[in-house]
Design a protein around this ligand. Structure first.
Ligand SMILES: CC(C)[C@H](C(=O)O)[C@@H](O)C(=O)O
Ligand code: SF4
Length: 755
């Protein structure tokens, strides 16, 4: 019999297949995780869980931790310790907790005195921790960034962080394959940020729900790694769990000689494997989107969702032209929040602040492209009088690199503030925040209400556009500077190979014997480990109707409530900005403040894509604390859905029309009854029940209150044999170069900038 011809596979299929440890009958797979990045916001409760169950970290050699969200970005010249440096008590507590946890669990950690500290999605690639073909996770939605290397990288919630720490695996359902192809030539002045903003404008923030996106076509092939990272970063804003670009010579050149990249023979072996990582001819994509590069012009956002984009040459849209009532109401709300009038030309919008930074745009190339605009504006160019502009490099390494190239001098001379690495004003968990009503031109990735500070207004754009806005004081088409930019191009002294000679001041934590992988067996719990997950069987109660689409997790629980070390006590934080009047602090008439909905146990949302945005598990925690254990909506963002089920809560997806019917019942004040055993929602007055479906495994766990970690640890045999095969096939994935001496290696930077 002739051998079966292998089916053509996508890049995602290949990486997925290479990581399956075990598959349940219903298709839910246990996949192995190669790299785990940890930060201070989403890890304290996970470490606490390990501690309570006396579990160790299974693979400290595949885990890397840093602080980024809470760190102040002022000079660290006088830094002595987190305790003395971070003034805000909750931020300090989260950073201090991480420092304690990495010591206790023996993890490698880049602290505030280490030049390698920075935003978690910047430091992974920079160190060569991120590699092609790997699975990479972090308790952070923008983990999608790492897909730029041709890896499967996605954000997870805190319960899943704990799962990975304990087992180095995750239970996952395979996503759909989506391909976005951008072919043709980009116009001069159009950057990777414009490309991804344009894509989100085309497919919407729910466009990639349930999918892994592969970015294909000549535009992405021509992009540098930095540009690919900016694109993959915002896959989450496009609704996808992950985004990826097939690795190629540009990827290999970027990784060669990075401190944690494979070396010698292993490098050659790795490259040979990485070269196989591309979608086969004829591979099947569930969704295909094609975009013509020539259609893209510099793009900015006007509203409070990343899909609210418009060309810089355009105008603020007019809600009067929108027919769908939910969409129209949301556009009106956005305009009022943003303090904008319909039909205002975008270039007439005056700004107060400029933020160049975040995991989307804080890399060396981003800084170069902003610096070029400043140079092009002439030696006397200054940040406009009424504007405060800050540049926040993504890591200490980038900061030094930029200083070696003289970029800091260009910025400082023009009046920009040159800061230390961190998330900074991207989400204002640290002192960098917008004041109410302030308008910011920002290179970050989210423009949600209150994202950069309560009442703050965000316009997302590229670093070059942000620099132009800083100089003119209003949103500006950067192409006005083009001719001059060409002239100054040669003035920037790109250092393509940059040596770091200084020794780090905080050595990595030693790997303690207690946390060595070989000892993890000892930490296994008995098979009948009791679970703390609450059972979900039948839930009867008041249902609150909510007529909104794209309800994001920043809205469900704003950033100031993420600074907790606990999973509880968050009932008041739920929908905080909608429930509290920002001026009086009193309760608004938001649905959950009104009787009987202040006792709601079920939420019925009529708009799509509930729970999009950040991976914060605080969102389901706050709903749960409020008393809501079931959310019914036409669709959910993937991470939110997983996070809810990890907490004994039930997300039910049913068609929008049925959501509307249930919302009518809810508006009439009737109770609903959600029966998970029968998979039906029973309605008042003898109306026919509405049926729904849930993954069999998840349903079983919810009905019985089972805890994933306990179940996974029972599959120790399969995990061990996967690890043996992994060591033989991909030896470069075991451990990494920080055990003991820290290598000081040249960090290469690409010569080519985005444009
Ligand atoms: C704190 C973290 C959970 C969050 C995320 O997942 O995205 C943050 O990084 C953000 O950008 O909102
Ligand atoms: S999106 Fe902002 S807050 Fe979140 S990881 Fe990136 S820089 Fe940090």
């Amino acid at each position: 019999m002739p051998a079966a011809v292998p089916k053509p596979r996508t890049l995602y299929d290949k990486i997925w297949d290479d990581h399956v440890v075990d598959v349940n009958e219903d298709g839910l797979a246990l996949i192995y995780i190669d790299r785990h990045l940890v930060h201070e916001v989403t890890s304290p409760q996970a470490f606490e869980g390990l501690r309570n169950a006396t579990r160790a970290v299974r693979r400290p050699d595949c885990t890397l931790a840093t602080v980024d969200h809470n760190v102040p970005t002022v000079s660290r010249k006088d830094f002595k310790s987190v305790d003395s440096f971070i003034a805000e008590p909750d931020s300090r507590a989260q950073c201090a907790a991480l420092e304690e946890n990495v010591k206790e669990f023996g993890l490698t950690y880049f602290g505030m005195k280490d030049r390698r500290q920075g935003i978690v999605h910047v430091i992974g690639p920079e160190q060569g921790f991120t590699l092609p073909g790997i699975t990479c996770v972090c308790g952070d939605s923008h983990t999608s960034t790492h897909g730029a290397f041709g890896s499967l990288a996605f954000g997870i919630g805190t319960s899943e962080v704990e799962h990975v720490l304990a087992t180095q695996t995750l239970l996952q359902k395979k996503s759909k394959n989506m391909r976005i192809t951008v072919d043709g030539e980009l116009h001069e002045g159009v950057t990777s940020k414009d490309v991804i903003l344009h894509i989100i404008g085309v497919i919407g923030t729910a466009g990639g729900t349930g999918c892994v996106i592969e970015y294909a076509g000549s535009v992405f092939r021509g992009f540098s790694m930095e540009a690919r990272m900016s694109v993959c970063n915002m896959s989450i804003e496009a609704g996808a769990r992950a985004g990826m670009v097939a690795p190629d010579e540009i990827t290999f050149a970027y990784l060669r000689d990075r401190p944690l990249s494979p070396k010698g023979e292993e490098w050659d072996q790795a490259v040979a494997y990485w070269k196989t990582l591309k979608s086969d001819e004829g591979a099947k994509f569930d969704i295909e989107v094609k975009i013509n590069a020539a259609d893209i012009i510099p793009t900015v956002t006007w509203g409070t969702s990343p899909q609210d984009v418009v060309a810089i040459t355009g105008k603020v849209p007019d809600p009067a032209n929108i027919t769908d009532s939910v969409k129209k109401a949301s556009a009106e709300r956005s305009l009022s929040y943003m303090g904008l009038k319909a039909n205002t030309p975008m270039e007439e919008i005056t700004i107060d602040k400029v933020f160049i930074g975040s995991c989307t745009n804080s890399r060396i190339e981003d800084l170069r492209s902003a610096a070029k605009v400043v140079l092009a504006a002439g030696p006397d160019a200054k940040v406009a009088d009424h504007v405060v502009a800050m540049i926040v490099p993504g890591s200490g390494v980038i900061k030094q690199h930029a200083e070696a190239e003289g970029l800091d001098a260009i910025f400082k001379r023009a009046g920009f503030d040159w800061r230390e690495a961190g998330c900074s004003m991207c989400l204002g968990m640290n002192p960098d925040q917008l004041a109410p009503g302030e308008r910011c031109a920002s290179t970050s990735n989210r423009n949600f209400e209150g994202r950069q500070g309560a009442g703050g207004r965000t316009h997302l754009l590229s670093p070059a556009m942000a620099a132009a806005a800083a100089l003119t004081g209003k949103l500006t088409d950067v192409r006005r500077f083009l001719g001059k930019i060409r002239e100054v191009d040669s003035k920037l002294k790109n250092k393509s190979e940059f040596e770091f000679l200084d020794e780090p001041t905080i050595p990595p934590a030693p790997i303690t014997p207690a946390s060595h992988p070989a000892d993890s067996q000892k930490a296994l719990p008995p098979k009948d480990t009791p679970s703390s997950v609450q059972k979900f069987t039948v839930l009867k109660g008041i249902a609150a109707p909510l007529h909104m689409e794209n309800v994001d997790t920043d809205m469900i629980i704003p950033k100031q409530f993420l600074k907790t070390l606990k999973r509880s006590g968050l009932a008041n934080a739920l929908f905080y900005t909608l429930r509290k009047d920002p001026h009086t602090g009193k309760d608004t008439d938001f649905i959950l403040n009104r009787s009987p909905y202040d006792r709601a146990r079920i939420l019925v949302c009529t708009g799509k894509n509930f729970g999009c945005g950040s991976s914060r598990e605080h969102a389901p925690w706050s709903l749960n604390d409020f008393g809501i254990r079931c959310i019914i909506a036409p669709s959910f963002a993937d991470i939110f859905r997983n996070n809810s089920m990890q907490n004994g809560m039930l997300p039910v997806a049913i068609p929008q029309e049925q959501c509307r019917e249930l919302a009518e019942d809810a508006e009439a004040g009737f109770e609903l009854e959600v029966d998970l055993e029968k998979q039906e929602i029973r309605r008042p007055g003898g109306k026919p029940a509405i049926s729904f479906s849930t993954d069999p495994f998840r349903r079983h766990c919810l009905l019985n209150g089972l805890d994933d970690i306990g179940l996974t640890l029972q599959r120790e045999g399969s995990i061990k044999s996967f690890e043996t095969r992994r060591s033989q096939t991909w030896p470069w994935l075991d451990g990494f170069g920080y055990n003991g001496k820290i290598p000081i290696k040249p960090v290469r930077a690409t010569k080519k900038t985005d444009w």
